[in-house]
Structure formats: structure tokens, C-alpha cells
Write a protein that binds this ligand. Sequence first.
Ligand code: AHM
Ligand code: MG
Length: 333
Amino acid sequence: MEIITINEFIHLQEKNFPYSKGDLSSLLYDMAIAAKIVHREVNRAGLADILGEMGSTNIQGEDQKKLDVIANDLFIRALRAGEKCCGVASEELDDFVAFGRKGMSHGHYVVCIDPLDGSSNIDVNVSIGTIFSIYRTLEADRPAVEADFLQPGRKLVAAGYVLYGSSTMLVYTTGNGVNGFTLDPSIGEFLLSHPNMRIPEKGAIYSTNEGNVSGMSKGMLAYLDHCKSKNNDSGKPYAARYIGSLVADFHRNLLKGGIYIYPGTTKDPNGKLRLLYECAPLGFICEQAGGKATDGINNILDIQPVELHQRCPLFIGNAAMVDKAMEFIKTHG
Ligand code: AHM
Ligand code: MG
């Protein structure tokens, strides 16, 4: 197979947008560079015990930061320095940050990011990820305002994720299909390894935290029974697979076919996941790969956000499996 680096690929894709000034391309390069640095930090994480526990004080007497805070700082620094993005909303920050100083160009994009998703897996050497989405600002040439971030997923210009797994991968879409790149650490490059990713039309994996069943709706319980029965379309029970890192669970299901569900429960009617930097970007990627994402009723990409850290139930994966789950919700409530 021809060797194509992510930089070459992004440049080639620019040709789909004849009037492009290359700003989105630069922004995507910035994300890829920051991802490589975060990859390095994630891979050193196991050395924390030897080099000093995270959250404790390091040898110079400085406080050591947790990995998710480090990742947040790295992405924000890369985006600020790149000058193509005028603001970032992050899971790690209560409010968005707006970039801009006199004489600096502001860029026409804002980024929403979960810098290190799968927080419970960070300290136990299990796959974690980064999720990001990119919107065009509502007006050009000014620092970001909140309304720039509060746009439905249908308005996304690009979205992607980085999976820090047995290898590190960056998968992204700009609305022209989904492509995946694997980091070759020996040369420090993301290389195109998964061109034009499509979710298989049939799947036989379901991924959800069944520890929460006591708070799940009748429809969810009925759907889970369906997954475990022989009455589903595969004629045998689906396999239950749940890593507890959304990026890793989503990525596996994207390659193998399956559904990931984080439903609302009696305790948390809107579930746990965040619309802007978890559900919408993965929904966009999933749709671009031929799949579907809903909150159980509405398409994720049609939901109008009203606040930055809004939570939302998520049903994501093969269109047929998501439709089936929604059918159960509709019938059983
Ligand atoms: P986080 O952003 O605090 O890491 O939470 C999101 C994560 C997802 O990656 C994962 O799918 C889910 O939370 C797991 O939650 P639970 O432990 O409730 O099953
Ligand atoms: Mg998260």
C-alpha cells in the first residue's frame, strides 16, 4: 500500500474545497501534532510510580499534573499557537477559552474537545482517547463567543478522535468519509492505515454498562434481552464488550459492527456523556461511516445544544442496530 502521511492526506483533501484557504488543514495538523505529544505522555504514564506519582510533587518541587490536565493544556497550547482557531471548549474547563490579541488573526473555527476520555482507565493502563469537533464561527474575525460552540452537529465542519491503544490512531472526517491513521512512533508520523472506513452493515456486539440496569427504562431492558437472545438478526446472542472508554468501544464497533449505548437512567435522565465533545463528533463520524447516532429518539446531529457541558443519552453504531434499539424504546418506553 502506498505510504501517505496525515499531512499529505489533509493537503490532498483540501482539493475538495477549491476556495479553501488552508485554515482547516492547518487546524487539523495542529490537532495531529498535539496528539503525538499526548501519545508520548500517555506512554510514559506507567512510569509515574518511578518518576513521581501524578498529583504529587516532582523533583523540582513543582506540582505534577494529572494526565487529563496535561492533555488539555497541550491541545489548547497547540490550537492557540496555530492561530486558526479562536476558541476552545473543553471537558476540563468550566467555561470556554477565547483566543485573540491585537494584531493576531483570529481564525474562523472553534474546537470542542474531550482531551482525555475514559478517565477511569487512565491509571490502569487501558485504552483511552481524545475526541474533538470543529465548527465554523458564526461571524468571522473576532474572538469566540458562546454561541459559536452551541451549534448542532449538522453544522460540524470536521470531527475526529485519537485512540491511545495497542497503537495510537487518529480517525477523522471533514464530511467526505472517514479515514484512519496509525502513528508510527519510530518516524513520528501518522500514516494512512484505514482509508474510507465503513461500519459493517450487520453487527453482533453490544456495549453498555449493564451495572446500571436497575435505573434503565423498560425499553432498554427489553432491548438488552433481545441482544442476549437468539431472536436477533444474528440468530445467536450478541457479544457483550465494554471497555469503559467511549473512543475504544466506539472504534472497535466501527471496525467490527456493533452498538454502544449510554442511556438515560432514573438517576441521570440525560445519561453521562456530553453532547458537544463526545456525542456529536462521534455521531458525525459514525454517520459518515454509514452508521447512525441518536439519543434514543432524535438524531444526535439534530440536537440544538443549550449549554457547553450538556449531557445526552447516546445510541451509536450500525444503523440497523440503532434503529432496532429505538424501536424497543418506542414500544416499551
Ligand atoms: P469521562 O469523560 O469522565 O472519561 O467519562 C466518559 C466515559 C466514557 O469514555 C465511557 O464510555 C463512560 O464514561 C464510562 O462510564 P461508566 O463508568 O459509567 O460506564
Ligand atoms: Mg469524556
